[in-house]
Design a protein around this ligand. Structure first.
Ligand code: GLN
Length: 451
């Protein structure tokens, strides 16, 4: 199985992988074979998986899609990587992503953009663009991804695969290269909700090495897959169907909602009034945390170091100027600004207050419905290069995913059809399903009944 996928990866021109090492993979496959021979297995033993290059791995380089870490070799595995090894999964390699997971199109990667397998002129989405493209093109049956403001759900949607962002704190952040720590959450991508459930079973659980890890009893996330949806109340947020939503996306999403009605669910009109504010709030809080997290890349401890410099200060400046790309620098500047004396109250503190109100909107909504549904992305995948000169246009495309992240809620994307694309034919559309805290099993159930 590992050989099959390695061969496909070798033949692929999508640029989904940053680092592959066939010998390491085949060695792990042999170890899993030995376990299978001894009947020492889990449902995942011997199944290949590829990791977003935000999770550090021993053996494979760990780059975060950045020149800063282009040659970085981690001395340890991220908890998630370790958990999948313990389950017997075989690592295929490291997946391309936006630099430090900052982006919505995978065009911010130092290693170049990833192509959308459905249409090679289109972006795959981001920041987990390599993960989504690899699953869609069958280069891997399973992948890890991370979601800070939509980076699991949006690329899954644009590439027509299934992905779930768990409740914040479900998945360990230990060894997940930090972007915005109060938002970052790892999760799986695969073909189906059922596969995502099996992967979640292995990748969740308390980790004492992550201070925000949740201490909860172990769960089987596949337990409810076959529950019927009779009587399910689906909240439809008005704000997710307003102006800015492309007609082809709306049509595919509404068709999926009609299917849910046939499955016995009822649609309930709800409101998430602060939806629009999620963009300015997120783009204050995430850069603030990023500016702090990325201060560790100083050319001393690890990562890129400038070749020539006059003194220590010059070395810091040059190393960071050379090592970080434009989007990362933009966020460090914004973050340092909103945290600075005199601006902290006006921007950062204000954003934190609205963040709380956004979370409250969801709690009000969940008194009227069991799950919330809507689009993931306001449009299908756009053309490569279309928005590279316009960071704000990229930020606006995050409108339907940011609030879930700010509230720490679980959310997923499942394929629900195709839009017309801009000019190049059909591109996938994803349906977003949002649940209350800890309701991943319910989300997977709702997704599975449709699939
Ligand atoms: N597109 C958002 C950003 O650029 C979200 C990225 C993410 O979830 N990692 O920050």
């Amino acid at each position: 199985l590992a050989r099959l996928f390695l061969d496909r990866i070798k033949q692929s021109d999508l640029n989904a992988f940053i680092h592959v090492d066939e010998n390491l993979t085949l060695q792990q496959a042999a170890e899993s074979d030995a376990r299978i021979a001894k009947n020492d297995t889990t449902p995942l033993t011997g199944i290949p998986i590829a990791h977003k290059d935000i999770f550090v791995t021993r053996g494979w380089r760990s780059t975060a899609g950045s020149k800063m870490l282009a040659n970085y070799a981690s001395p340890f595995d991220a908890t998630v990587v370790q958990q999948f090894r313990t389950a017997g999964m075989v690592t295929l390699g490291k997946l391309n992503c936006d630099e430090f997971a900052m982006g919505s199109s995978n065009e911010n990667s130092f290693f170049g953009p990833v192509k959308n397998p459905w249409d090679r002129n289109a972006i795959p989405g981001g920041s987990s663009g390599g993960s989504a493209a690899a699953i869609a093109a069958r280069l891997a049956p399973a992948a890890t991804a991370t979601d800070t403001g939509g980076s699991i759900r949006q690329p899954a949607s644009l590439c027509g695969v299934t992905g779930i962002k768990p409740t914040y704190g479900r998945v360990s952040r230990f060894g997940m290269i930090a972007f915005a720590s109060s938002l970052d959450q790892g999760g799986p991508m695969a073909q189906t909700a059922e596969d995502c459930g099996l992967l979640l079973n292995a990748m969740t659980g308390f980790d004492p090495r992550d201070s925000t890890s949740l201490e909860l009893p172990a769960e089987d996330f596949t337990r409810d897959l076959n529950n019927k949806l009779q009587g399910l109340k689906i909240g439809i947020p008005r704000e997710y169907f307003g102006k800015g939503l492309a007609p082809d996306v709306e049509q595919a999403v509404r068709a999926a909602l009609a299917e849910y009605e046939k499955l016995g669910a009822t649609l309930v009109d709800i409101s998430l009034p602060k939806t629009e504010l999620s963009i300015p709030v997120y783009y204050v809080i995430a850069p603030a945390e990023a500016s702090s997290n990325l201060s560790r890349f100083d050319g001393v401890r690890y990562g890129h170091r400038a070749k020539e410099y006059k003194d220590l200060g010059d070395m810091y400046r040059k190393s960071r100027a050379e090592g970080f790309g434009d989007e990362v620098k933009r966020r460090i500047l914004v973050g340092a600004y909103v945290l600075s004396h005199g601006y902290y109250d006006a921007y950062y503190l204000q954003a934190q207050k609205i963040r709380r109100l956004i979370a409250q909107d969801f709690q009000n909504a969940f008194t009227q419905c069991d799950v919330i549904m809507g689009p993931v992305s306001p449009t299908v995948a756009w053309d490569l290069g279309d928005k590279t000169d316009d960071p704000v246009a990229n930020y606006l495309a995050d409108i339907f995913t940011l609030s879930t992240s700010l509230a720490g809620l679980p959310g997923m994307s499942i394929p629900c059809g195709f839009g017309q694309g801009d000019k190049n034919g059909k591109r996938p559309v994803g349906l977003q399903i949002i649940g209350n805290y800890f309701e991943e099993a319910k989300l997977l159930n709702v997704a599975h009944q449709y699939q």
